[in-house]
Design a protein around this ligand. Structure first.
Ligand code: DAH
Length: 339
């Protein structure tokens, strides 16, 4: 029996040392130390031994069990260390490598100009509002003094959902919605998307952007309109920029005007940008028509106001000297990266 025990110890020693993974080690544990294992089988035969032999063999058996247990613990630790070393090697990160530069985005030139415009008007005490792009004929035309048969509608054909519901052709309906919702004093701008059934070319798009402005209070004059808009243009294009007002007609303002600014490129001498004029048309404006005020329940004997509407693409194109509107929509990074 002594020999058998020594044999088990040697055999286990060699096999455990050679085991290549945790599963193999566990199999050996069962084989040698398990309930049906080799060591247990020997111990079951202890009954056959004499009283003198029994404690001696018993002690040896314990020794062998301990030795095998130690082998197992040692081999398991070795295998774990090797696995860890292999993992560390495989997952090694070289922190000295130069990092990969993440691509840095930037704001679209259109958004940049819109941001500047908002800042300028916020600074003058205006609120920023927004309104529905799917609009009622009632707000887009009727309430603005443009009944169904009005010729001014001809320049603003759009996309109709029903006879009375359409994609708004201008941000002007927000004048009405604002005056219906709040009482004077009113000072708002409303930037937003507008639609017209125009074909795409260098200066037209069926979807474009406008910003409406509206001021209503006691004693608002054309002088306030001029001062506000001149300030706006100078802040956006520089102090040297000059503006001029030409009489015009809009059904919802009286009097109405168009505002030009001195050409940002030639300063007024005349160049290809301003087609030799020295001036560039920039927006429509006027004193809110008394009938429009009355439509909204505002007493035109007590209150007066001015309004304006400006094409945002145009503003952005002038700001950066862009000559084709399509460039703003194509999202060509070679173009956008310049701003
Ligand atoms: N709604 C006009 C357009 O789309 C622009 C405009 C002109 C707006 C005069 C106004 C205004 O508020 O007073 O062409």
């Amino acid at each position: 029996m002594r020999q058998a025990l020594e044999g088990i110890r040697k055999n286990a020693d060699a096999l455990i040392a050679a085991a290549q993974n945790a599963a193999a080690v566990d199999e050996l544990r069962v084989r040698f130390l398990g309930k049906k294992g080799e060591l247990t089988a020997i111990l079951k035969q202890m009954g056959k031994l004499t009283a003198e032999e029994r404690p001696v063999i018993g002690a040896l058996a314990n020794e062998v069990r301990e030795a095998i247990t130690e082998d197992i613990v040692r081999r398991t630790a070795e295998l774990e260390a090797a696995t860890l070393a292999a993992r560390l090697e495989a997952e090694r990160i070289d922190v000295t490598l130069p990092g990969r530069q993440p691509a840095r985005g930037r704001r679209h030139p259109f958004e940049q100009v819109l941001g500047e415009l908002k800042e300028i008007f916020l600074g003058m005490g205006f609120d920023i509002v927004s309104g529905p792009e799917v609009e009622l004929d009632h707000y887009n035309f009727e309430m603005l003094n443009m009944p169904k048969s009005h010729p001014a509608r001809d320049t603003q054909d759009t996309f109709y959902f029903t006879e009375n519901m359409l994609l708004r052709t201008q941000t002007s309906p927000m004048q009405i919605r604002t005056m219906e919702a709040q009482k004077p004093p009113i000072r708002i701008i409303c930037p937003g998307r507008v639609y017209r059934s125009d074909a795409v070319d260098a200066t037209h798009s069926p979807i474009f952007h406008q910003c409406e402005g509206l001021v209503v209070d006691r004693g608002v004059t054309f002088g306030d309109l001029k001062g506000t808009l001149e300030m706006f243009i100078k802040k956006l294009y520089g102090e040297d920029t000059r503006v001029r007002f030409r009489p015009h007609h809009f059904p919802y303002t009286e009097p109405s005007a168009e505002m030009d600014m001195s050409c940002f490129k030639c300063g007024g001498k005349g160049c290809s940008m301003c087609k030799g004029e020295g001036w560039i048309e920039i927006l429509g404006c006027g004193m809110v028509h008394p009938k429009v005020l009355e439509n909204c329940g505002i007493d035109s004997e007590v209150y007066s106001g001015f309004a304006f509407g400006v094409g945002l693409e145009r503003i952005a194109m002038m700001r950066y000297g862009i000559d084709d509107m399509r460039l703003l929509y194509e999202n060509d990074l070679r173009f956008l990266k310049q701003f």
